[in-house]
Design a protein around this ligand. Structure first.
Ligand code: NAD
Length: 467
């Protein structure tokens, strides 16, 4: 199998290749085509040529393409999931869930209308609000959910009538390119273009004069560069960035019941989720019990290669992130007490045991920064006001959650938390029908649902005088 770029409806071998590492072994297991700046230029030019025709297609025909892509993903779910586990590391069952999730996203947009709104229809005038496509969109992805993120960028962008140049993360290009090969004969030439890089083409994409909008998902640090780079060409921009989500447990929770759900919220995908639970606030009365339950779950979690039967947590996706997580664990060893995990596995890949740190507070890097890995700080609180202040005391504002049997009390706390999404008795529940975006340094704009379509379109008012 060759993994090639998709440019102007054709597979392209680019120039040279990218070695893709299996994080379960730390070794290169596959190669894909590498795009150079000239391939990016070809991709943007193809997208620009295709725009006129694609934007004039009926909504029904665009919807029908998205439905057909969903079918292709579902029919190839198993090989896509295997590939996803090899390049990303997650357990196979999680990859199957992600691949089916990607198909679900395409299906959702295949059924979404972009209605013309009649703002006024009076004897004097009729005023209509239309949502027009923008032109060529550039999309840039991170490495935590390659299939899911690709679907979340491709489906709404094409539904809105735009054409797209998409760049996956350098360490997880394969599933995206494989999807391109599977659907290349379905998609009109130039409507969808896929390029893969060695972390060097992002700035060219964001600054390109023929691109009208950038959809970026990644770290806040890179998001700031992207924001600066789009200014000279006044591009539209959506930024889905980092988070440091807090969860606040209220006094009436059953420690055993809540710990199981909190563990899942913090450690799914090895904590490599923008809306993973990253700081846990527990009242003093429940502190020892909740810490004990979390440590017990962490200690019995099965860590290993994602393709191995029974694995619950795979390796960390790449070496840089692995080293960052290990360094956060070392600093937490000084600042708190590690009660589970705290060590790497004696295997060649990037394995770290799920780690629970107690007796830790603000001022420690593990609490103040985004860990994006399998390490959870558990912070004791004396008063609810103090917990809410601490939860809000961050540059981030992506998600947060409140846990209680008393939903009214939890709701009152949720109202005081500054985040794009606040869950009650849940954390991380997202989907294409629910708008998603962050406050503060967690992002600009929103994705999903009609709010996401609004960011991929330009308003056009048609105002008809009647008298
Ligand atoms: P990253 O910012 O390092 O890289 C993301 C992408 O940006 C990659 O494709 C990379 O090649 C590209 N890039 C690098 N430099 C660039 C530049 N100067 N201009 C344009 N593009 C550039 O992020 P990552 O390490 O891949 O992902 C982890 C981060 O992503 C975490 O902070 C996580 O919270 C965040 N994230 C956010 C969401 C969300 O929806 N809010 C979702 C997933 C991940």
């Amino acid at each position: 199998m060759r993994y090639e770029l998709l440019i102007d409806g054709q597979l392209s071998c680019g120039e040279g290749s990218i070695g893709v590492i299996d994080p379960a072994t730390g070794e290169v297991f596959e190669h894909c085509a590498r795009a150079l700046p000239e391939h990016l230029e070809l991709a943007v030019a193809a997208a620009l040529r295709a725009f006129d025709g694609w934007s004039r297609e009926s909504l029904a025909s665009r919807q029908s393409l998205l439905g057909a892509i969903a079918d292709v993903i579902e029919n190839n779910a198993q090989p896509l999931a295997n590939l996803l586990t090899r390049e990303q590391g997650k357990p196979l069952a999680d990859s199957i869930w992600e691949v089916n999730g990607a198909a679900y996203i395409f299906r959702y947009y295949a059924n979404l209308d972009i209605p013309v709104q009649v703002l006024e229809d009076s004897p004097q005038r009729r005023v209509e609000q239309h949502q027009m496509p923008l032109g060529v969109v550039g999309a840039i992805l991170p490495w935590n959910f390659p299939m899911f993120m690709a679907a979340a960028k491709i489906a709404p962008t094409l539904l809105a009538g735009n054409t797209l140049v998409l760049k996956p993360a350098p360490s997880t290009p394969l599933t995206t390119l494989h999807l391109g090969a599977l659907i290349k004969d379905l998609v009109p030439a130039g409507v969808l273009n896929l390029i893969a890089d060695l972390n060097d083409l992002g700035p060219l994409l964001t600054a390109h004069p023929d691109i009208r909008k950038i959809g970026f998902t990644g770290s806040t640090q890179t998001g700031l560069k992207v924001m600066g780079s789009v200014v000279p060409t006044l591009k539209r921009l959506t930024l889905e960035l980092g988070g440091n989500d807090a969860a606040i447990v209220l006094e009436d929770c059953d420690p055993r019941v809540v710990a199981t759900k909190l563990f899942k919220a913090a450690f799914s995908n090895n904590g490599q989720i923008c809306v993973a639970l990253k700081r846990l606030y527990v009242p003093a009365s429940l502190y020892d019990a909740v810490c004990g339950e979390l440590a017990a779950i962490a200690n019995r979690s099965v860590v290993g290669p994602g393709l191995e039967q029974g694995t619950e947590l795979g390796p960390i996706q790449n070496q840089a992130q692995y080293e960052r997580v290990l360094s956060l664990i070392e600093s937490a060893r000084q600042d708190g007490t590690i009660i589970a995990g705290g060590q790497r596995l004696d295997l060649p890949g990037y394995f770290v045991r799920p780690t629970i740190v107690r007796d830790i507070n603000e001022g420690s890097a593990l609490v103040d920064e985004e860990q994006f890995g399998p390490v959870l700080p558990v912070i004791r609180y004396q008063s609810l006001d103090q917990a809410i202040d601490s939860a809000n005391n961050t540059q981030f504002g992506l998600g947060a959650s409140v846990w209680s049997k008393d939903v009214a009390q939890a709701y009152a706390v949720a109202e005081r938390l500054d985040a794009g999404t606040v869950w009650i008795n849940n954390h991380g529940d997202v989907g294409p029908s629910i708008p998603f975006g962050g406050s503060k340094m967690s992002g600009v704009g929103a994705e999903y649902a009609q709010e996401g379509i609004a960011e991929l379109t330009q308003l056009k008012i048609i105002n008809i005088a009647k008298s």
